[in-house]
Design a protein around this ligand. Structure first.
Ligand code: PLP
Length: 377
């Protein structure tokens, strides 16, 4: 709790600020075999499937855990033991998928771009033409490391033209940026409850092409991460194989209804775009510089260069903002010293302006005057 007795606003990549009604949805207990809970699971599965435009072609398979669990489960389930994954990397989440393949003992290689450079579809096409042993391609929709938006439809086009299977980590974008299976050809898309859907953390889901999923029996090395088995069990009687995160699902059920009431992906995306614009304009006015030019920036999380002024101490900056009720995020970049501020979650223009006012106060207190970018050491 902050001085004015509210929870801090989370200007982070998740978990995020949630509405009171989403939090209140967790004040009940559900029996996991109860018909009302079975209906809730079915409703959530069909809602997220519809959000991805996957009705009739894909199925939604939920899984307990944070986003990383569903990404690992999807790779383990879709990639045959003798398959080979090409990961398109321009940040930490791409690197994480490469690391997963090592644990999963699946053949994997990666192409890499700098964190402030989008994945280049033409280079991917050339690589796929040259290496026919690659069976699957994985890409991150919005790379949360920097906040960069990757050119998803062009990447999907080249992967489809080369007849490979595309897996999309849309964790930080799903629900706010459009991705429709009728327009973008993908075999799997991964997302979670606690980012742009504004639910509580604890469940992820993959939207998987049914004709592909049907052929994945026995691929997974792991019982708990086997999405084929998870799907079969859910379809058989609507029940989860193992203890479901009941409260998290109840919160997600309400969060999805609120997403719908806000105008779905378009409505939510518009609020986040407004938030992002207010934040970027206000920070630039003070003298901060963004890592990315506006045309590469997704309205999800903004990376700012660390100011060059030696009086700027990130630890103090963070702590004082937190004490005023605004939680920001450290940078994760290798290209430049930086910090991040998210514009997603149940936040609007007032909270963004509040954050800007708090930043202004804190830099004055710290005596920071030179806000130009600190160069990499
Ligand atoms: C948040 C996120 C994940 C999952 O991270 P968790 O900490 O496991 O929830 C995966 N990919 C991207 C792009 C993300 O933003």
């Amino acid at each position: 709790m902050t001085t004015d007795n509210r929870d801090p606003w989370l200007l982070t990549p998740g978990p995020l600020t949630t509405s009171l009604t989403v939090k209140q949805a967790m004040l009940h207990d559900w029996g996991s075999r109860d018909v009302r809970f079975i209906e809730m699971t079915a409703r959530i599965r069909s809602s997220v499937l519809a959000l991805a435009g996957g009705e009739g072609t894909h199925v939604a398979v939920p899984l307990q855990g944070s986003g990383t669990f569903i990404v690992e489960a999807t790779i383990a389930t879709l990639l045959p033991r003798d398959g080979k994954l090409l990961v398109l990397v321009n940040g930490a989440y791409g690197h994480r998928m490469v690391k997963m393949c090592k644990y999963l003992d699946r053949a994997c290689e990666f192409m890499e771009w700098a964190e402030d450079v989008p994945v280049n579809p033409a280079e991917v096409a050339t690589h796929l033409e040259q290496d026919k042993s690659i069976t699957h391609v994985a890409v991150v929709h919005c790379e949360t490391t920097s906040g960069i938006l990757n050119p998803l439809s062009k990447i999907a086009e080249v992967v489809a033209a080369e007849n490979r299977s595309l897996l999309i980590d849309s964790m930080s974008a799903f629900g706010a940026l459009p991705v429709d299976a009728r327009e973008i050809h993908f075999d799997a898309l991964m997302a979670s409850s606690n980012k742009c859907l504004e639910g509580a953390p604890g469940v992820g889901f993959a939207i998987i092409r049914q004709s592909v999923l049907e052929k994945t029996s026995g691929n997974s090395h792991s019982l708990s991460l086997d999405l084929y088995d998870q799907w079969k069990a859910l379809d058989a009687n609507g029940q989860w194989r193992f203890t479901p995160p009941t409260h998290v699902l109840a919160a997600l059920d309400v969060a999805i209804a609120e997403h719908h009431a806000e105008g779905g992906v378009a409505g939510r995306g518009a609020r986040y775009a407004d938030n992002g614009r207010i934040l970027i304009e206000g920070m630039r006015e003070m003298g901060f510089e963004t890592l990315l030019p506006d045309n590469l920036q997704a309205p999800i999380i903004i990376t700012f260069h660390m100011p060059e002024d030696p009086a700027f101490d990130f630890g103090k900056f963070y702590d004082r903002l937190a004490a005023m009720g605004f939680v920001i995020y450290p940078g994760k970049l290798t290209v430049a010293p930086s910090f991040r501020m998210g514009c997603i979650g149940r936040l609007g223009a007032d909270e963004m302006r509040g954050a800007l006012a708090a930043v202004k106060t804190v830099i004055a207190e710290l005596g920071v005057t030179r806000l130009g970018p600190l160069k990499a050491a």
